[in-house]
Design a protein around this ligand. Structure first.
Ligand code: FES
Length: 64
C-alpha cells in the first residue's frame, strides 16, 4: 500500500528501510523523502516506525 503519494513510497519499502537501520523519522525522511512535501504521510510513517520498532524489540528479547 502506498503511504507517501508524493514520493511513491510503500509500507513495505518503509519497513525494509527500518530493518536496515533507518530507525528515526528524520533518517526515513532523508532516505525516502517521506513527510518532506505535503506531510500527509508523516503520521502513518510514524505508526509504521513505532510498530516495527516494537516488533524488533520483541524478537530481540526472545533471542536473548
Ligand atoms: S504524501 Fe508523503 S510528503 Fe506528501
Amino acid at each position: 500500500m502506498y503511504i507517501c503519494i508524493c514520493h511513491g513510497v510503500t509500507d513495505k519499502t518503509i519497513e525494509q528501510k527500518i530493518e536496515s537501520g533507518f530507525v528515526t523519522m528524520r533518517s526515513l525522511s532523508k532516505e525516502l523523502g517521506v513527510g518532506t512535501q505535503c506531510g500527509k504521510c508523516t503520521n502513518c510513517t510514524k505508526k509504521i516506525l513505532n510498530q516495527k520498532l516494537i516488533e524488533i524489540v520483541d524478537v530481540t528479547e526472545q533471542v536473548a
